[in-house]
Design a protein around this ligand. Sequence first.
Ligand code: ATP
Length: 299
Amino acid sequence: MIETTGLTKRYGSKKAVDDLSFTVRPGRVTGFLGPNGAGKSTTMRVILGLDRPDGGHALVNGRPYRELKNPLRTVGALLDARWVHPQRSAKAHLEWLAAANGIPRRRAAEVLETVGLTDVAGKRAGGFSLGMSQRLGIASAILGDPEILLFDEPVNGLDPEGVLWVRKFLHRLADDGRTVLVSSHLLAEMALTAQDLVVIGRGKLIAQCGTDEFIARAADNVVRVRTPRTDLLGAVLGRERALYSRDGDALLVSGMDSARLGELAFDNGIPLHELSPQRGSLEEAFLRLTGDSVEYQAA
Ligand SMILES: Nc1ncnc2c1ncn2[C@@H]1O[C@H](COP(=O)(O)OP(=O)(O)OP(=O)(O)O)[C@@H](O)[C@H]1O
């Protein structure tokens, strides 16, 4: 479990994180979303004890990171995939990390196998592609077999196969009962990956809820309906003061759910060929809810 309470971090006069409180539960993949500069990386750095907050606190399994006895065995993180000694091999890097944290040396080979880097274990990490570096960063994060994992943009630079691999891997970690917090600006990917969301803008909490709920909450209540009696349905909707627009031979009705619309059609003897609630996308929901909090907006 990760908990932040009233977390605040200033850089000069700027509040990068502003009175931020949220909880990340175990057994779920939680997406951490926000426009550029919203404060995601800063929040993660504070949770990991790399930055001190100016107010509030962040707890991992009920304690501040700095008080953890075996930090790498409790929390694993991928913040910057390029954070390796460029001359060291992938295996040497992980063995060094293991030795420094009281983790058995054999874990290095195990995690390289898990992330699919066994074949290049002896190669210089400095020569790795971004995708390989991301995998090595993920290997470092899971080295101590931690219960809690934080990933900052883990699919950056990965090809579609790599993106799918990361998604399945994050789900596996959550299915094991771990707490998984993953930041991303790839909204379509997050809609598929994250079960829960923490959404921030300008350092403040915008929403904390399930991904489906977030999309439903922000999307307009629109129902698509098709009938051979479009004019009659239009007249009935007009009487009910429902808003609608034409979409080919269908009507898009807002402000009325599909059950009410179906009953109205039935009561007025209007046959329906289609009655489908329209699901919004995470992009639409995100833009609607974070629109005012984008720091730099295109004109
Ligand atoms: N070391 C620093 N010194 C001064 N300002 C900083 C520092 N680190 C971050 N900031 C500012 O704090 C705000 C939050 O930055 P942060 O990197 O946490 O956002 P983010 O949500 O991770 O953004 P991105 O998606 O672009 O990485 C930004 O306005 C940023 O310019």
